[in-house]
Design a protein around this ligand. Structure first.
Ligand code: ZN
Ligand code: ZN
Length: 252
């Protein structure tokens, strides 16, 4: 299984990276996990967007789904035309309305906007299969309906926290994963609201408790020092820890 980082800048695009988006590939299957601002361009460096088999959205904040609007335009208006029909899209319960609203230009347009030619909207199930990938989804702690994802292929497991504060669900999500892709959004010191994001230290603690094989840190916003996130995570977890960067690929 291969993880390619389309974008990893937390909360907003940054000078060196689009916002959150990942491509997970195994065998003949290619799935986009989140498509934040700027990730559609990065995706095109890796594969033809018509060759995606599905999109999975962890939640509906713009930094995780803004470029779905671009993907609609691409698949609907590309001169080659849609070659595979509607693309399966798994997301939170409000995904259809949210993505219609993002694409439509005004209230009247929203009433007539129909994305069913481009997407086959599907709810987020606890467990489902996308081609050669087995996906598990668990609710995590964020100000909106948000999921962490567990992706499995031939005995290997990639766990992705999405956006979340510390919560009990992260233990099951990350348990024994070969790679944990964890958000690390803010320093551990200071007063932070609960139920929003992880600090670098908290990402490390999740990795240590779950016994993961490798920790990859992502979703560091432009206003947070990535080296501090790395140092915090290393203080809590003895295994291999790296900050991901846009365009990089990782074997899981
Ligand atoms: Zn985010
Ligand atoms: Zn979010």
């Amino acid at each position: 299984m291969r993880l390619t980082v389309l974008g990893c800048s937390g909360s907003v695009p940054g000078p060196d990276s689009p916002a959150s988006g990942y491509l997970v590939q195994a065998g003949s299957t290619s799935v986009a996990v989140d498509l934040g601002n700027g990730t559609l361009g990065a995706l095109q460096r890796v594969l033809d967007p018509f060759d995606l088999d599905a999109v999975v959205l962890s939640h509906l904040h713009p930094d995780h789904c803004a470029d779905v609007s671009g993907l609609i335009v691409y698949r609907r208006y590309h001169p080659a035309g849609p070659r595979r029909g509607a693309l399966p899209l798994h997301g939170p319960s409000g995904a259809v309305e949210r993505l219609r609203a993002a694409y439509a230009t005004d209230v009247d347009d929203r009433l007539v906007t129909d994305l069913s030619d481009v997407f086959d909207f599907r709810p987020m199930h606890d467990a489902f299969r996308l081609g050669e990938l087995e996906i598990g989804a668990v609710r995590v702690d964020h100000p909106c309906e948000a999921y962490g994802l567990r992706v499995r292929h031939e005995g290997r497991t990639l766990a992705y926290t999405g956006d979340t504060g510390p919560c009990a669900a992260l233990a099951a999500l990350a348990a024994g994963a070969d790679v944990l892709l964890a958000e690390a959004s803010w320093p551990h010191d200071g007063n932070r609201p609960s139920g929003v994001h992880l600090s670098g230290q908290q990402a490390g603690e999740v990795a240590a408790r779950a016994g993961v094989g490798r920790l990859l840190l992502t979703h560091v916003p432009p206003w947070t020092d990535p080296q501090q996130m790395l140092a915090e995570a290393r203080s809590a977890y003895d295994g291999s820890v790296d900050l991901v960067c846009a365009g990089a690929s990782y074997q899981v």
